[in-house]
Design a protein around this ligand. Sequence first.
Ligand SMILES: Nc1ncnc2c1ncn2[C@@H]1O[C@H](COP(=O)(O)OP(=O)(O)OP(=O)(O)O)[C@@H](O)[C@H]1O
Ligand SMILES: [Mg+2]
Ligand SMILES: [Zn+2]
Length: 235
Amino acid sequence: MNIILDNRCENCGYGIKHTDGEGQRKWCFRCMTVYYRKQELKPEQAEKTIIKLVEPKYTFAKLDDLDPGIKEQLINLEQGRDLYIYGPVGVGKTFLMAALLRHFIYEGFECLRINFDDLCVKIRSSFSPASKETEWELIKPYKKVDKLFIDDLGLRSKEESQFAYQTLYSTLNKRQERILPTYICSNKTINQIEQSFDSRIASRLSTALAIELTGKDKRREYQNETIQKNKGVLE
Ligand SMILES: Nc1ncnc2c1ncn2[C@@H]1O[C@H](COP(=O)(O)OP(=O)(O)OP(=O)(O)O)[C@@H](O)[C@H]1O
Ligand SMILES: [Mg+2]
Ligand SMILES: [Zn+2]
């Protein structure tokens, strides 16, 4: 008998298993919470959460809008695996992340999304004596949420945001130790992140599923469609 393996959650294979009230699911607390959240989730509630987390331009993004090959890769992504989406401007990185976030909200997962630039600004503001939150308090939710989305990694210069990279490193490290996935998008390849920003982050990202988005800048192509869809949402 292998006590360690016997104690593992039968759903994710990582957490320590407990038995639910009905004795059917020998799952960890996290998996059970997600399961019951999904059972009780009402579409209005899910949409409210999505609107809170995603900018209006991307709230309608769905996995079905993506290239079928990419959609397949996203759906088959292992539970704890990180994702790194990269490519030039306007190819749909933020759109893809919003579509994935929508999917996970409906699956019952708790998600947080942050633009890396905003994270830098927030961290800097936490240094001010007037700040109500310490850097530690600010970053804590990002270390424990089921799914973390980080948009636009690598925009700021290394010198400008040294501390933000340090914070991101510790967040990513803690999440990997807890086998909680992080979904990141950037204009830079992991190699470029390593060379110009932070090798410890790049090293941790090397185990992520990396997907390169290519093609033309979609901003113009989709501008009218985006306006039409948003009209529908806002009316
Ligand atoms: N699959 C899609 N279906 C419909 N619209 C899309 C799709 N992909 C992208 N778009 C639209 O194309 C535009 C550009 O996409 P997006 O903002 O995601 O690009 P990006 O790669 O994040 O660009 P940047 O590097 O500048 O941040 C947006 O208006 C977005 O809504
Ligand atoms: Mg973007
Ligand atoms: Zn589990």
